[in-house]
Design a binder for this molecule. Structure first.
Ligand code: FAD
Length: 276
């Protein structure tokens, strides 16, 4: 386990109460000794300050942290400013994304795709940042075709990424096939599997529809059959996701990135089962 890349993702809290809760969550999750925590970034810069504040708190607590940075809606000047700010705080890791514009948001900005952001970061800051990019084993929902999406992934890596983190998925074969194809295409950077613990059925269904993650029929039907029985949902989710993680690690996944949803219990429960 210690050889793998384990990381945990948070979203920046919106209120003082949320920030206090996240402090407690982070302290508890630190006991699992992840390699780093990452903090998401609202497209169009909507959570920029919250992302930075959360990252700085994590760094001040002695843990490594990576802000996400999405470029859609941004300009070269605004992204340059953020990079300089991150650098001045000694931040060394970034998760670089295109992002999605909130509906009703006007201009698309000066960057169209994540590969342009990665190129820009390298041109502006050389090797200062360790850059992670997103990967989609089940294909990004806006992709023209699976092949076009895959080609875009390879382009993004070749623009200077050090590693990739996948969108979450529950079909291990999609991940293995993707990694295999990436290796055949000359990609040598680690492709860490993104893991979404199952905590809440409605939320999971909504997210998965939006981001193009498939919930296998048997998992969906079982979750639906539990209705509001949260204990059964969590217990079943723990079994399903732990089995997925075990399969991924046994099949050579270089690490796991947990979408913690700012919650302690689910990530911890999976983790503890994995280290047993
Ligand atoms: P890209 O790699 O640019 O791909 C976007 C789409 O464009 C794909 O369909 C791709 O096939 C297509 N494409 C790429 N290049 C080209 C090209 N040259 N020509 C034509 N089509 C092309 N969102 C946030 O807002 N904030 C976050 O903090 C955040 N964190 C994330 C973390 C992870 C690990 C993951 C997996 C996703 C995250 N997202 C986040 C969501 C992400 O921003 C969305 O999935 C977004 O739609 C795509 O971002 P990307 O960086 O993968 O884009």
């Amino acid at each position: 386990m210690a050889d793998h890349n384990f990381s945990i993702e948070f979203f920046p809290p919106k209120t003082a109460e949320g920030a206090e809760k996240l402090r407690v969550t982070r302290a508890k999750l630190s006991e699992l000794h992840p390699k780093y925590f990452s903090v998401t970034f609202g497209a169009g810069g909507t959570t920029q300050q919250g992302t930075l504040d959360t990252v700085l708190e994590i760094l001040a607590a002695g843990e490594d942290a990576a802000p996400h940075l999405s470029c859609v809606g941004g300009t070269r000047e605004s992204i340059r400013g953020i990079l300089q700010q991150y650098k001045s705080h000694g931040i060394k890791r970034l998760v670089a994304l295109r992002g999605d514009l909130p509906s009703g948001y006007g201009a698309a900005g000066e960057f169209r795709y994540a590969n342009e952001l990665v190129e820009f970061i390298r041109a502006e800051t050389g090797d200062w940042f360790h850059i992670e990019v997103a990967a989609y084993p089940e294909v990004h929902p806006q992709a023209k075709s699976p092949q076009a999406d895959f080609d875009a992934f390879v382009r993004k890596v070749n623009a200077g990424a050090n590693a990739a983190i996948t969108q979450y998925f529950y079909n291990a074969d999609a991940y293995f096939q993707f990694v295999d194809a990436a290796q055949k295409a000359g990609v040598t950077v680690p492709i860490v599997a993104g893991i979404m613990p199952i905590i809440n059925t409605t939320q999971l269904m909504r997210f998965s529809d939006m981001c193009g993650a498939e919930i296998p029929r048997w998992v969906r039907l079982k979750l639906s059959s539990f209705g509001d029985d949260s204990a059964s949902i969590k217990a079943f989710g723990l079994d399903v996701v732990t089995a997925l993680c075990e399969r991924l690690l046994a099949g050579g996944a270089p690490g796991l990135h947990f979408y913690s949803m700012n919650q302690v219990a689910a990530t911890t429960a999976i983790w503890q089962r994995l280290v047993k």
